[in-house]
Design a protein around this ligand. Structure first.
Ligand code: NAD
Ligand code: ZN
Length: 342
């Protein structure tokens, strides 16, 4: 089974995202030129035969490696390998690998062609889709980066079998988010199926991954550079980033799960969402084994939000839920947001 989603790129042409049994056909997606793979040690160990059949560069694992230092080390390796503008760069891994690879490929020698094999659920539905490639600076997330979509993204569901259960659940959080933003049918699949079914049923998994990518792809096509509607994809992320700043306990997707529950609460308080719909959201998130509370004091979270370098002066863009499948972006003053929690 295979689904193909094509996204128009601002730079021209199409970015093709393929979901399903596709890794065996990797070579057919690659151009007839020199290919250099970027991956991390973990992914390399698990997919050695595929990765070792290409020249490859291995980066360190985890968010602390999504830095300009790692980027520079890859540039050094590319120079040592004699990589030129004819090379094709293939990021093979989770969101850390795809973010770093997309940034390197977009900047090395003013840009090389590149593609991704996304190996985590989060990378398949989110990180590798939409062309945002960036790195963290001084602990601030994604402070430096580019908008540039890959030529292709391969999302093979069989690669997710080796993914730790916790990472899998974290990826589900972004899919649930996509359902809340724009696809009530996708959301209701989480009401109808248990966590194990998503892990074990390849067709069901392909269905939710494809639906989630379609939500993101449609929004990205309308607003590649996040001037407006793309901000909807940040549902739950305002608080998620604050939670990630205040606690190292949570994976990104887990923080998004909590942030989404918090935004549903804010939406109820602002009168855009009914309590019943908000309860559906928390129920589904809990059912998928995701946290619904951070345990971090709200005052600390609000302080972290205030210090967020990427925020406009004293305004904040909130993504409010109207009902499952429909959201709005509303600029609110920080003071007004704070008032909701006193
Ligand atoms: N660019 C975007 O639009 C965008 C969107 C969402 C998230 N992101 C970024 O994505 C990053 C998180 O991505 P992630 O959750 O994929 O993290 P990750 O890349 O760190 O992967 C998580 C862990 O799983 C391991 N792993 C990867 N594939 C595996 C597999 N198939 N089997 C077993 N283990 C595997 C990795 O080695 C790593 O230890 C964050 O930095 C986030 O900011 C970017
Ligand atoms: Zn996210």
């Amino acid at each position: 089974m295979k689904e193909i989603i094509e996204v128009k790129r601002g730079a021209g042409g199409l970015s093709r995202i393929v979901v399903g049994d596709v890794i065996g056909e990797l070579r057919s997606y690659l151009p007839q030129r020199r290919v250099i793979v970027v991956t991390d040690a973990n992914v390399h160990r698990r997919y050695k035969p595929i990765i070792d059949s290409f020249e490859h560069i291995i980066i360190g694992m985890g968010e602390t490696n999504k830095t300009l230092y790692t980027v520079e080390k890859i540039y050094d390796e590319l120079i040592a390998l004699g990589a030129d503008r004819e090379c094709f760069i293939l990021g093979f891994g989770g969101g850390i690998v795809t973010d770093v690879t997309g940034f390197v490929a977009s900047t090395y020698m003013r840009g090389l062609h590149f593609g991704f094999v996304a190996t985590t659920l989060l990378a398949q539905v989110d990180a590798s889709v939409g062309g945002k490639n960036g790195v963290n600076v001084e602990g601030y997330k994604n402070m430096v980066g580019v908008f540039n979509q890959p030529e292709f993204v391969l999302c093979d569901t069989s690669l997710l079998k080796t993914l730790p259960e916790r990472e899998f659940r974290a990826g589900l959080a972004e899919i649930i988010k996509a359902g809340i933003i724009a696809d009530p049918t996708l959301f209701s699949l989480f009401e109808d199926h248990a966590l194990d079914e998503f892990r074990q049923d390849g067709a069901l998994l392909t269905r939710i991954i494809t639906a989630s990518i379609r939500v993101k792809a449609q929004i990205v096509e309308a607003d590649e550079r996040e001037a407006g509607v793309r901000k909807k994809l940040n549902l739950g992320h305002t608080f998620a980033h604050a939670i990630e700043k205040c606690s190292s306990e949570f994976l990104h997707g887990e923080a998004v799960a909590i942030g989404t529950v918090m935004m549903a609460g804010v939406s109820v308080r602002l009168g855009t969402l009914t309590e019943d719909e908000a309860a559906r959201i928390s129920r589904v998130i809990a059912k998928m084994g995701l946290p619904t509370e951070s345990g971090v004091d709200i005052k600390r979270l609000l302080k972290a939000l205030k210090l967020d370098k990427k925020r406009d002066a004293d305004q904040i863009s909130l993504v409010l839920v109207h009902r499952i499948g429909s959201c709005e972006i509303r600029k609110t003053s920080f003071a007004d947001l704070e008032k909701l929690f006193v």
